[in-house]
Ligand binder design. Structure first.
Ligand code: NAG
Ligand code: NAG
Ligand code: NAG
Length: 395
């Protein structure tokens, strides 16, 4: 019913060594823009994605790719043109996902489930293990059992918030599956007082009321500012006592459609992040934020293809010789994410499943749409009957 754009960001206060996360953020914002465009065309107005999971899983796969498949991934994931720098970046990202303070939990796991008949190269396994990817050798032909294993793996890290990351039918024909789970739970540094929460109207960009929300309220010192570059007012609300993580809320300027803000975010340099005040003494701000909950399931292949990552998803073109001698391609990329924002804080969980299939597929013919039929004499080839079947019935 309503639209709000949120980003959970890593506080930029302390840059780690000389690592630059600009390229990763640029990837994330483009993926958000593309995913929103696809989801909205299916009538989904609220979405939430975990771009970081996609980035780290495809960065791992890049290591096993070659040719044009490799080039497209390097370019669109914006990886440094240098294996060492890529590894350092990937490692820094994996390490950040291990935060278990008293009031902030950010926890991630990744796993690689491979069929026992698939001979995965030792170097690739080692590379995966370097990023804390657990490796499991399984029988991928038993999809029920495999789905159970994957769901248990995800359920554990997400503390039960995602119980069904995959259905057995999604795993059909897959030989290798990469799985990533993410869990985030944090209290606001300045919590909202739930006795102050009121039902309030919610509007679209033209100022038309489109529904109601439970609006939370508090007065707190927050970073806030206007960014003409992207056309939005930006608010930053920190989590936890040490304020290492925060949520940014980007509210489009009056009259500006959300779509345009998303487009700006995907095109403009990230300097808008500096447009929020970050002085020592922040103003006490009257802050109204809706309490909300979003559950999204997204097929990430169309937005990634739209971005320019194509060959890895193409059964005729994928080149992944570094993973296994069997020719593979990525046939599935499904993400489940849910987020709940309350007076107390935020809980979010994500699961991402990337499935690889053999490129030599068993052929399939399924007459499940209108078709033409001919009956012919085989020796001469002449047609005896010809027809069309277009209206189904249960005869
Ligand atoms: C988070 O906030 C809730 C509600 O105020 C409180 O019960 C809980 O103890 C807090 N958690 C931590 C770890 O501070
Ligand atoms: C899959 O594994 C389960 C549990 O081990 C077993 O009960 C079931 O029969 C297996 N299914 C197939 C098709 O092998
Ligand atoms: C970004 O947003 C502004 C509104 O402040 C708009 O006028 C501008 O055209 C947008 N820029 C781009 C590149 O889309």
């Amino acid at each position: 019913m309503w639209k709000v754009l949120i980003l959970v960001s890593f506080a930029l206060a302390a840059p780690r060594n000389d690592l630059d996360f600009t390229s990763l953020n640029t990837f994330s914002l483009q993926l958000l823009y593309n995913t929103y465009a696809f989801q909205e065309s299916y009538g989904e107005k609220n979405i939430v994605i975990s771009p970081l999971s996609i980035w780290s899983m495809f960065t791992l796969l890049t290591e096993g790719c070659s040719g044009e498949t490799f080039n497209q991934l390097m370019k669109e994931l914006r990886l440094p043109n240098d294996v060492k720098a890529t590894t350092a970046l990937h490692l820094a990202v994996s390490n950040m996902l291990l935060r278990k303070d008293q009031d902030v939990i950010l926890d991630g796991v990744s796993g690689l489930f491979a069929d026992y008949n698939l001979n995965i190269h030792q170097e690739f396994c080692q590379y995966a293990k370097n990023f804390d990817t657990q490796i499991f050798v399984v029988d991928t032909s038993n999809e029920t059992l495999l789905a159970d294993d994957i769901n248990t793996f995800i359920c554990k890290v997400t503390r039960g918030r995602i119980q069904e990351a995959v259905k057995p039918s999604v795993l059909e024909n897959l030989r290798m599956i990469l799985v990533d789970g993410l869990y985030f739970k944090a209290n606001w540094t300045y919590p909202f007082d739930s006795t102050q929460t009121r039902e309030e109207a919610f509007y679209n960009h033209q100022g038309k009321m489109i529904g109601s929300v439970n609006m939370m309220y508090h007065k707190a010192p927050h970073n806030v500012g206007d960014s003409p570059l992207i056309g939005a007012q930006i608010l930053e609300m920190p989590y936890g006592k040490d304020e290492q993580l925060s949520m940014l809320i980007l509210l489009p300027f009056d009259g500006m459609p959300l779509q345009m803000l998303l487009e700006n975010l995907s095109r403009q340099p990230l300097t808008w992040m500096n447009d929020i005040l970050t002085s020592e003494t922040l103003p006490e701000l009257d802050c109204y934020i809706p309490r909300f909950k979003i559950t999204s399931q997204s097929d990430m292949i169309p937005p990634l293809m739209y971005m320019g990552i194509r060959n890895i998803f193409d059964s005729t073109k994928a080149e992944m010789p570094g993973i296994s001698d069997s020719p593979l391609y990525v046939s599935k990329t499904v993400q489940n994410v849910n987020i709940e924002v309350t007076e107390e804080g935020t809980v979010a969980a994500a699961s991402t499943v990337v499935g690889l299939e053999d490129r030599i597929l068993s052929q399939r013919f399924e007459a499940n749409k209108e078709f033409v039929f001919l009956i012919r004499e085989r020796q001469s080839g002449f047609i005896v009957f010809a027809g069309v079947y277009a209206e189904p019935s249960l005869v």
